[in-house]
Design a protein around this ligand. Structure first.
Ligand SMILES: *[C@@H]1O[C@H](CO)[C@@H](O)[C@H](O)[C@H]1NC(C)=O
Ligand SMILES: *[C@@H]1O[C@H](CO)[C@@H](O)[C@H](O)[C@H]1NC(C)=O
Ligand SMILES: *[C@@H]1O[C@H](CO)[C@@H](O)[C@H](O)[C@H]1NC(C)=O
Ligand SMILES: CC(=O)N[C@H]1CO[C@H](CO)[C@@H](O)[C@@H]1O
Length: 202
């Protein structure tokens, strides 16, 4: 329905601007070439919907022109998730009185801080490979893969530290973080290994 409307509008415009370049520009915009990458790459991951939704919510269209750019976006989402979790932990620590939950919160605070810095270093290498317009080399791939896995390990630790009952106040955050971080790892593996699992050869 939306597509039809856009097409009708474009036809209307091309009559108005016939002979000029304006109609051609409008028709190109209507096709939204960015989605050409988002759909097929996210489709290769096991979390297609989360991948597409996270990337589409990001306004930086220049990053959607390469699979490395897509990985930067999902890594940024995970980073801001970690940051949100840290804010939540800070607030909970102020009022929590149960000692075992306090202990969980202090542990997870440390873990999320580490995860945050892990993602930051992943982002700086991803950004480097993006701006050099060169293929990611194997060493860069290995490093990014390691720091993303390390970030997952931190949050895994936070999740398994405390079994409850009651459930950990960070259950939801941990789950969401691990899911979006998993999308970044799958995209990274797809870029370098053409599969969602890490490449271990050579
Ligand atoms: C997504 O993948 C499925 C198979 O897993 C395929 O049937 C479908 O056409 C793909 N869609 C896009 C938009 O690539
Ligand atoms: C990414 O690289 C560009 C160009 O080299 C640079 O201007 C930008 O500050 C970098 N961004 C981050 C987050 O590192
Ligand atoms: C990537 O893997 C798919 C199957 O998973 C295969 O069809 C395709 O040819 C591979 N591409 C390259 C460049 O190896
Ligand atoms: C705090 C939190 O979990 N924020 C977001 C984390 O990322 C997901 C998407 O993966 C969002 O839906 C959450 O709101």
């Amino acid at each position: 329905m939306k597509t039809i409307l856009v097409i009708v509008m474009c036809i209307a415009f091309s009559f108005l601007f016939s002979g000029s370049n304006a109609s051609r520009v409008l028709l190109q915009t209507a096709q939204d070439p960015q989605d050409d990458l988002v759909q097929p790459w996210c489709n290769k991951t096991s979390r297609t919907e989360l991948c597409i939704n996270s990337i589409q919510a990001d306004p930086r269209s220049d990053l959607k022109e390469s699979p490395t750019g897509l990985t930067i976006i999902t890594t940024d989402v995970a980073k801001s998730n970690a940051s949100d979790s840290l804010t939540k932990i800070d607030n909970l620590i102020k009022t929590e009185e149960d000692r075992s939950i306090l202990s969980l919160l202090y542990t997870c605070q440390q873990k999320y801080q580490n995860a945050f810095w892990d993602l930051d270093s992943a982002l700086s290498i991803l950004n480097e490979t993006l701006s050099n317009v060169q293929d990611m080399d194997r060493k860069q791939y290995e490093t990014i893969n390691q720091v993303l896995a390390a970030a997952a390990g931190e949050v895994d630790f936070c999740q398994s530290f405390y079994e409850g009952p009651p459930p950990s106040p960070l259950d939801d955050e941990n789950g969401k973080f691990l899911e979006i971080n998993d999308v970044s790892m799958q995209l990274l593996n797809l870029i370098e290994c053409n599969k969602t699992d890490p490449c271990r050869d050579s």
